[in-house]
Design a protein around this ligand. Structure first.
Ligand SMILES: [Zn+2]
Length: 192
């Protein structure tokens, strides 16, 4: 079942997620609902804050992506079909020293229709637990590294508009303000 996606500037998007400590059936079900929500919205990543819960949990699925990327998971290179959709609980990103920064146009399911170029480190390592609590280390670059960084930002209450340089941020400013107003009005209408 797909969950409603929270739009900017709902306050939950600014909340740092609580650490996932219970890897039980309820967590597995919530992760499955997040995957269904991401797929229904044609997204490649979704964070718990985007469905209204401040939790260190996000999901990623790049099986349909055309952009290039490399990965190793726990030192091996399994095919994507074996580990995606991927659930990351309590992820911690480390930028690897060998990396360069790259620029790529990002979007976000909490900012429908808004896109902008963002510079990020290319090569990262991420430590996380899967939905059963099993720890993993993934090293990745390209679109996968970028997607992980975007989602882990969400888990820390950081939004992609804050990663834009001044020029790009100015270009989307009007659309961002219009979206914030629409979100406020929808919240008011829901309360009335
Ligand atoms: Zn996002």
């Amino acid at each position: 079942m797909a969950l409603p996606i929270v739009h900017y500037n709902h306050p939950i998007l600014r909340k740092k997620g609580a650490k996932v400590t219970a890897f039980d059936a309820a967590l597995a079900e919530f992760a499955a609902e997040m995957v269904a929500t991401m797929h229904a919205a044609n997204g490649i990543g979704l964070a718990a804050q985007q469905v209204g819960r401040a939790l260190m949990l996000c999901v990623i699925d790049l099986r349909e992506a055309t952009a290039e990327f490399n990965w190793t998971l726990d030192g091996a290179k399994p095919p994507l079909d074996l580990f995606m959709p991927l659930t990351l609980a309590n992820p911690v990103v480390t930028v690897l020293p060998a990396t360069t920064d790259t620029v790529y146009e990002e979007g976000c399911l909490s900012f429908p229709g808004i896109r902008g170029d963002i510079e990020r480190p290319d090569l990262i390592s991420v430590k996380f637990q899967d939905e059963r609590g099993v720890p993993h280390v993934m090293v990745c670059d390209g679109l996968l590294g970028r997607c992980v960084q975007h989602e882990v930002d969400h888990l820390n209450g950081v939004l992609f508009i804050e990663r834009m340089d001044k020029k790009v941020r100015a270009e989307v400013d009007e659309a961002v303000k219009t979206l914030a107003k629409a979100t406020r009005e929808a919240a008011k209408a829901a309360k009335a």
